[in-house]
Design a protein around this ligand. Structure first.
Ligand code: SF4
Length: 71
């Protein structure tokens, strides 16, 4: 089973919207123009990583993991 841990630092976010453009569904902007993490499962893992890389203030943290099925 894969796991995705996505965090966004709203204090650091400058509202550029890159993450929303690259991974709509995983991120949105609220009424104040700050990022909100929505559903990280809604997009491809590559899109999450691209959003993380593209944030101009490094406000996004994405950790992808894999948990073996227990027997
Ligand atoms: S890319 Fe970074 S600065 Fe831009 S909206 Fe997303 S979290 Fe905020």
């Amino acid at each position: 089973m894969s796991t995705r841990t996505v965090q966004a630092d709203r204090d650091t976010c400058v509202g550029s919207g890159w993450c929303v453009n690259l991974a709509a569904g995983a991120f949105s902007l609220d009424a104040t123009g700050k990022v909100v993490v929505e559903d990280p499962e809604a997009v491809r893992a590559e899109d999450l990583l691209e959003a993380e890389d593209s944030c101009p203030v490094s406000a996004i943290s994405v950790e992808l993991g894999f948990v073996p099925e227990s027997e």
